[in-house]
Design a protein around this ligand. Structure first.
Ligand code: PHE
Ligand code: NA
Length: 446
C-alpha cells in the first residue's frame, strides 16, 4: 500500500485551508449579502456567527480529520463509529454538488477576464453578463476549462499540487485586493461607499431577523468551508504537532479579513460610479442575484479613463479567479481522497474522471442560471447546515472527551479552553445551528 500523503509544512496546511475558505463566497457573495442585509449590522451578525458557530465547528471538523488521518467518510469508521459514516457521505456529496455550480461561476470569471483584457465587455457592460457570459455553449466550455484546471492541480497531489499552488495563490489574492482597495479609495465619490458599508443599519436586521440570521450564519459557514467534509479532509493530512486552535483562529481571521477587504473594493467602486445598492429595483437588490458582482463591477468600471477600466477589470476578475480555484481544488479533494483512500485508485485518473462527472452535473447550471441558483440554495441551506449540525452532535456528544484530547495535541495549553469548547459545542453551538436549520427549513419548504 502507498503511504498516505501529508502537508510538507504547517504553513502549507494553513495556506491551503485559507485558500479553501477564501473564495467566491468572499468576493461574489459577501459584499452583496452585506450590502443588502443591513450593511455593517449584517457584518456584526456574520462575525457573531463566525465566533459562535463557525470557529467551534471548524475545530470540530479538524478534530475528526486529524484524529482519523483518513478521508471524511472512512474517518467515522476509523474512529470506531461506523453508524456515523453517513455524515461524511453527505459532506462528500455536498462537495461534489457544490463544485458543479461553483465551477460554472468560475467559467463566468474566465469570461470576464477575457472580456476586460480584450475590452469587449466595455461595449455592453449591462448586458454582457446575461447575453454573453452566463449561459450557452461558451459558458459550458469555460465551466469545462475551469474544471480542467481544478482537476489538474488536484491530480498533482497534496504537496506538489494543492500545497504548492495555494502557497502562491493566497498571498497574491491579498496583495491584489489591497491594491484594488487603494485604487477604489482614490476614485471621486467612493467616500459614500464607506459610509454605507460601515454604518450599521440595525433596523433592517431586527425587522428581518428570520432571514438575516440564517443568511449571516450560512455565509459564515460556507465562507469557512465548513459543512462539506473539506476541512475534515484537509486536516486528515496533518501531523499531531500542529496546534488546531491556533490554526483554526488564523484561518477564520484571515478569511473574514479578506471578505471585508473585498467589500472595501467592490462597494466604493459601485458608489464612485453612482450605483446604488439594496432597495427595491436597484441593480443589485435582493440577495444579490448570481450576476450582481459581474454586472455591478463592470458598470462601475466603464467610465474609468482609457486603459484603466480594462486593467482594473482584468485584475479584479483575475483575483476572483485565483480565489475560486484555491477553493474548487478543496471541494474536489474531499471527493478524490475518498476514492484514493478507500479503493486505492491512482490519484491523477481519479481526479480527471471525477472532474468529468462534476462537469456533467454542472451543465444544467451553465445552460440556465435558474438551475445554478437552485443548486446554490440546496448547497448552502440544506447540505451545509445538516452536516454542521451532525458534526457538532458527533464531536460534542459522541466523541466528547476524545475530541478534547485531540484538540489539545500539539498545544501547550491545559484542558480549560478545550473543555469550554466541548461544552459550547454541546450547548450554545448546537442550539444556534438548530435555530439556523429550523429557519432555513422554514424558508425552503414552508
Ligand atoms: N469557502 C469557499 C468560498 O468562500 C467555498 C467553499 C465552501 C469551499 C465549502 C469549500 C467548501 O468561496
Ligand atoms: Na470564504
Amino acid at each position: 500500500m502507498v503511504e498516505r500523503e501529508t502537508w510538507a509544512t504547517r504553513a502549507g496546511f494553513i495556506l491551503a485551508a485559507i485558500g479553501s475558505a477564501v473564495g467566491l463566497g468572499n468576493i461574489w457573495r459577501f459584499p452583496f449579502q452585506t450590502a443588502t442585509n443591513g450593511g455593517s449590522a449584517f457584518l456584526l451578525v456574520y462575525l457573531v456567527a463566525v465566533l459562535v458557530i463557525g470557529i467551534p465547528a471548524l475545530l470540530g471538523e479538524f478534530v475528526v480529520g486529524r484524529r482519523a488521518n483518513i478521508n471524511a467518510i472512512e474517518a467515522f469508521n476509523k474512529l470506531g463509529r461506523p453508524q456515523w459514516a453517513f455524515v461524511g457521505a453527505i459532506g462528500v456529496l455536498g462537495s461534489f454538488w457544490t463544485l458543479s455550480y461553483y465551477s460554472v461561476v468560475g467559467g463566468w470569471v474566465l469570461r470576464f477576464i477575457y472580456g476586460f483584457a480584450s475590452g469587449v465587455v466595455l461595449d455592453q457592460p449591462q448586458t454582457y453578463f446575461t447575453d454573453v457570459a452566463a449561459t450557452g455553449l461558451d459558458a459550458v466550455a469555460l465551466h469545462g476549462l475551469f474544471m480542467l484546471v481544478t482537476a489538474g492541480i488536484v491530480a498533482l497531489g497534496i504537496e506538489d499540487g494543492i500545497e504548492l499552488a495555494t502557497k502562491f495563490m493566497v498571498p497574491s489574492i491579498v496583495v491584489l485586493l489591497l491594491g484594488l482597495a487603494v485604487y477604489a479609495f482614490t476614485l471621486p465619490g467612493s467616500g459614500a461607499g464607506y459610509e454605507f458599508y460601515l454604518s450599521p443599519d440595525f433596523a433592517t436586521v431586527v425587522e428581518n431577523w428570520t432571514t438575516v440570521v440564517p443568511a449571516a450564519a450560512g455565509q459564515a459557514l460556507f465562507s469557512l468551508s465548513v459543512g462539506f467534509a473539506v476541512m475534515i479532509t484537509y486536516a486528515s493530512y496533518l501531523s499531531k504537532d500542529d496546534s488546531l486552535p491556533a490554526d483554526g483562529l488564523t484561518i477564520a481571521v484571515s478569511n473574514s479579513f479578506v471578505g471585508f477587504l473585498a467589500g472595501l473594493v467592490v462597494i466604493p467602486l459601485l458608489f464612485a460610479a453612482g450605483i446604488t445598492i439594496g432597495g427595491e429595483g436597484s441593480l443589485v437588490s435582493g440577495s444579490g442575484g448570481a450576476g450582481a458582482v459581474f454586472i455591478g463591477v463592470t458598470t462601475a468600471l466603464v467610465d474609468l479613463p482609457g486603459l484603466a477600466a480594462r486593467v482594473v477589470g482584468a485584475l479584479f476578475f483575475g483575483t476572483v479567479l485565483i480565489a475560486a480555484i484555491s477553493s474548487s481544488i478543496s471541494l474536489l479533494e474531499a471527493v478524490v481522497s475518498y476514492l484514493v483512500d478507500n479503493y486505492a485508485l491512482p490519484r491523477a485518473p481519479t481526479a480527471a474522471g471525477l472532474g468529468g462527472v462534476v462537469f456533467l452535473l454542472g451543465v444544467p447550471s451553465a445552460l440556465d442560471t435558474a438551475w445554478l441558483t437552485w443548486f446554490d440554495g440546496i448547497s448552502v441551506s440544506l447540505f451545509l447546515p445538516v452536516v454542521v449540525l451532525l458534526v457538532v452532535l458527533f464531536v460534542g456528544w459522541e466523541l466528547g472527551g476524545e475530541a478534547v484530547d485531540e484538540l489539545r495535541q500539539g498545544t501547550s495549553g491545559g484542558t480549560l479552553l478545550p473543555m469550554v469548547w466541548l461544552w459550547s459545542l454541546r450547548t450554545v453551538v448546537l442550539l444556534a445551528i438548530l435555530v439556523v436549520v429550523g429557519l432555513n427549513f422554514y424558508d425552503l419548504f414552508l
